[in-house]
Write a protein that binds this ligand. Sequence first.
Ligand code: ADP
Length: 287
Amino acid sequence: MSIEIENLTHVYMKGTPFEKKALDNINIKIEDGQFVALIGHTGSGKSTLIQHINGLLKPTSGKIIVDDTDITLKGTKLTDIRKKVGLVFQYPEYQIFEETIQKDIAYGPKNLKLDEEEVMERVKRAMKMVNLDYKTFADKSPFELSGGQKRRVAIAGVVAMEPKVLILDEPTAGLDPKGRDDILGQISKLQKEYKMTIILVSHSMEDVAKIADRILVMNHGKCILDGKPNEIFKEIDTLESIGLAVPEVTYLVRELRKKGFNISEDIFTVQQAKEEIISYLRSVKNA
Ligand code: ADP
């Protein structure tokens, strides 16, 4: 199931003095099972773009084709789109409202008018997918949980709709480093084990470097870079010119190379840097 975005333009409050072009002729094709990160500073158009992919916003012009269906056509039902494309908003735990975790996760599937047994199956599957033990958590209040666990419950609520594509808007925002790694690990698992297509909106190059297959960089409503992490992080000057930075460790590697360390410049995680530096030092020692 692919997503094709063709010549997508979105203008807010068209024809008023507050008119704002938030998306300017975007063309992107996302293949089934990809892990795509969408990066850009505040106001670059990321939220506007993702809300088009699940039909919450309609384009001013252009098309969005999900699984061979043009979802911008009149008559397309939002529920049909939501079955395919799940959207986890920023701070999704604020939308938790039920008294138990299982009731909260069941809310979406119930709205799909599935029978009770199927709803329960989905709740169990979704909890497993985000690593929440059913017996321990099902009847607990979501409000007793830690911030990271609450977020997992909220993500499970969307996952329980069993979408093929999962879009997450800043899923690590406000979490501590352990909570961030934990959520990123869960999301990575959803792609690898459950074959979901993931679109992750993020400010953090560090986060994205660890898990994305592909990075799209947005600026002023345009997609200005599109490539694998190693291709994107070579564009340090372009990224800095729009207020973004490459991962800290990539700067470190650059400095080491200037000082004569013969190591690869394609390094953007601490783990990669560690392995590369150790292997370089070993080769120097053995020489
Ligand atoms: P991002 O998610 O990258 O921060 P947005 O998609 O939220 O960017 O915003 C893109 C542009 O559209 C910004 O200039 C923003 O002010 C404007 N914008 C966003 N939402 C609205 C809205 N509901 N009405 C008017 N302008 C909006």
